[in-house]
Design a protein around this ligand. Structure first.
Ligand code: BGC
Length: 722
């Protein structure tokens, strides 16, 4: 693959796209995550701003837009917000390194900056910034910054700053610091916050309002530099340069390491030393191993290649490799929108990438739902039902965290999506031990459905008052997607019970299954309606036909903005305007149940009503089009998905990465255009490549075996790897 396909570049210093690049340049090592902010901060963007963030409708919400929003996250460290519920806490910023030249502080907005560029190397997660600073004192400096969250040492962040005097005499002063005065969505989650400067840096200890302790430490090193209370001075004559290495660390009371605390963190920092090249080499090696399994080469399409690499990079950085107590939040831990919550995105959009490239991480994601069963059972009780009801928006406990009633109360398909994810994991890996352990999730969610569906006196079974994936239809009856997912989840529950009976009979006893359980499950399976018109179009919900035509020609004049921002919410709820794929999620998730002709009919019916206001939308349609031999049309939609985080149109990555779309892009390539069809003994491919793709090369792991795959317009080669 060409180097440029691994380089995300920013060549223009434009304050209006600053937040977008901060999101897009997010670095992480699966344990800690850092937005791509400047080391020295920006005077016009204080990070301690306090305000009330309201839980407005997610589509219409207006984000605060300061020039920059620094972000430091350790997934799992959640705070408690009076309006937003639990949210991921923005931790003190350990990246801070300030520099001034004859008392003029470096500030990318206020100073004279030339030849600016920033490049994120997607292959190893290193972010590099270069520019020339023409100072007021007459000195000019060539500045270069590099940094990474070490993939080899999970607690550590490594930074290198070089200043070369190219004109005049530079009187420099450095401050190595941690900014502890930060807020999350305008709110401070720190019950206590203590900073102690040390000779070459600082130590910060915070305790969150959920009683988690977080320790941060930073140390700076540089030949000829003598730091005191974090500061050091140096004069540079023309041609002279100085390099500073900054090593910082984060550790939390939630970590599972045997020894935890500030001394242990100090020890890790000391142990790392300050040899930048050596630390970078071990980081690069760790990333190289990840790319070996996860990289996909698209020959003939640089735009798609870059977007795919960008997506894979963020998936690899965002997933917790060694923690099954968290999933991946909707913004990929790259911003504070959606408050660090976990959605159905995990099972439907993100899981497949991990399942077929790194099943160990996939296991963490599915285990997260097993580990949060208790919370889901508490939810069910809150809603007056037995069993387990998974939250539309989950945090670490599994209780509902969605601050908006519409979604929290009605988007109950999540409970069936969770079971879909568990079964998908089992089918792709054959991991019987895991699925046996997950059995209580199947059984308890089934019990929830027994209470939630309506068994009518006339013998019919219905599921009313739900919101399907299309969040522009607020309350609907017999949403086809939800009903089909409930049916699937009960079918798999019965299948699992038979499996357990055969292979692990002792485990059945604890599940308290009786004949009534089986017959209720069967009754729902047989009777829950998933109606289809005589033309073969899946009926989204019973109300759909009666809803008003949205008349997009009149109501949506400015197509550069989301439809949802141009009409009142009550209108969204009563017209046939879809936010994203709804009924079409069924052929996407169950490709074998729908013929190409049926898929085409459903696309022809629903696409004209679909606004794609959700970033989860384009990619599903692209995949379906690819699967029914309309690769070029599918590719047109995929191109829109490729731009979601790569351009700052609609805000781009300002508030975080649209990580579900990243998982969707990988799926579009492998499960869409390459036509990977899981479910058989060996991996099977029915490719349908866009015209300009000359070849696809990638690895997949299927049922414990790794395969090397090469697809060209005229051939498919699948070779088992050792
Ligand atoms: C979408 C949901 C999605 C959520 C988080 C919403 O805008 O409608 O389907 O789960 O974003 O990504």
């Amino acid at each position: 693959m060409k180097g440029s396909a691994f380089e995300l570049r920013e060549d223009l210093l434009d304050p209006s796209s600053g937040k977008h690049y901060e999101g897009a340049f997010t670095q992480g090592n699966s344990y800690l995550q850092l937005r791509g902010s400047f080391e020295e901060g920006l005077a016009c963007a204080p990070q301690n701003e306090k305000y009330w963030r309201l839980p407005a409708n997610v589509t219409l919400e207006k984000q605060r837009s300061p020039r920059s929003k620094c972000g430091t996250y350790v997934p799992g460290i959640m705070g408690s917000h009076p309006l937003l519920n639990e949210e991921v806490v923005n931790l003190p910023n350990p990246l801070i390194f300030r520099v001034s030249c004859s008392l003029e502080a470096l500030d990318m907005d206020l100073c004279e900056i030339k030849d600016y560029s920033r490049v994120l190397n997607l292959r190893n997660g290193v972010l590099a910034r270069r520019f020339i600073w023409k100072t007021n004192s007459g000195a000019a400096l060539e500045c270069s910054y590099e940094r990474f969250a070490s993939r080899a040492r999970k607690n550590l962040i490594v930074q290198k700053m070089t200043y070369k005097c190219i004109e005049g005499k530079a009187e420099l002063r450095f401050l190595n610091d941690i900014d502890e005065n930060v807020t999350t969505n305008g709110y401070s989650h720190f019950a206590s916050n203590q900073k102690t400067p040390c000779d070459n840096g600082a130590l910060v200890t915070v305790e969150t309002d959920k009683k988690e302790k977080v320790w941060l430490e930073t140390r700076a090193f540089g030949e000829r530099l003598r730091f005191s209370e974090g500061t050091a001075n140096i004069s540079l004559a023309p041609g002279e340069e100085i390099t500073v290495i900054k090593i910082s660390g984060i550790m939390t009371s939630r970590d599972t390491d045997a020894l935890l605390g500030p001394e242990q963190l100090s020890h890790l920092i000391k142990e790392a030393g300050s040899d930048y090249a050596a630390l970078k080499a071990e980081n690069d090696l760790a990333w190289e191993k990840l790319w070996e399994n996860s990289g996909v080469e698209i020959e003939g399409d640089e735009e798609a290649q870059l977007a795919l690499n960008f997506s894979v990079y963020h998936l690899l950085r965002g997933a917790c490799e060694n923690d099954d107590r968290v999933a991946i939040c909707a913004k990929g831990f790259a911003g504070e929108a959606y408050f660090g919550h976990f959605f159905w995105d995990t099972e439907v959009y993100l899981l497949p990438f991990f399942l077929y490239t790194n099943p160990r991480v996939a296991k963490n994601l599915v285990s997260f739902r097993v580990n949060t069963l208790k919370g889901a059972m508490e939810n069910a009780r809150r809603y007056g039902c037995r069993g387990a009801r998974y939250p539309w928006e989950s945090s670490v406990s599994g209780t509902e965290q969605c601050p908006n009633w519409q979604y929290a109360d009605h988007e109950i398909h999540i409970t069936a999506d969770v079971v879909y994810g568990l079964w998908h994991y089992y089918e792709a890996t054959g991991d019987f031990e895991f699925i046996a352990k997950a059995a209580p999730v199947f059984v308890e969610t089934a019990r929830y459905w027994f209470d939630r569906v309506e068994f009518r006196s006339d013998g019919e079974v219905h599921l009313n008052g739900v919101m399907g994936p299309d969040e522009y239809t607020c309350l609907s009856s017999d949403n086809a997607y939800t009903n089909a997912m409930v049916r699937h989840s009960l079918e798999k529950t019965l299948e699992l019970l038979s499996l357990l009976k055969e292979r692990k009979p002792d485990s059945i006893k604890d599940l308290n299954i009786d004949e009534a359980f089986r017959s209720k499950a069967l009754e729902i399976i047989q009777k829950i309606p998933v109606p289809v018109t005589s033309d073969g179009v899946i009926i989204q919900c019973r109300e759909f036909a009666q809803m008003e035509d949205p008349r997009f020609d009149l109501t949506w004049p400015d197509r550069s903005k989301c439809f949802g921002t141009q009409v009142p919410q009550e209108k969204l709820y009563r017209v046939k305007a879809l936010k994203q794929a709804d009924a079409l999620m069924l052929p996407f998730l169950f490709p074998k149940n729908y013929s190409a002709e049926e898929v085409k009919k459903n696309l022809a019916y629903y696409l004209p009503y679909t606004t794609h206001d959700s970033s989860l939308s384009y990619i599903i349609h692209a995949i379906l089009l690819a699967r029914c031999q309309k690769a070029e049309e599918g590719f047109e939609l995929m191109r829109k998905a490729l731009k979601i985080d790569l351009s700052d149109y609609h805000g781009g990555a300002s508030e975080g990465i649209h990580i579900a779309n990243c998982g969707g892009i990988w799926q579009a390539v492998v499960l869409g255009f390459a036509g990977f069809t899981p479910g058989e003994e060996k991996p099977v491919f029915h490719p349908n490549l866009p015209r300009n793709w000359n070849a696809l090369r990638f690895h997949i792991v299927y049922r414990g075996q790794k395969y090397q795959v090469e697809i060209t317009p005229s051939s498919v080669n699948v070779t088992p790897n050792d």
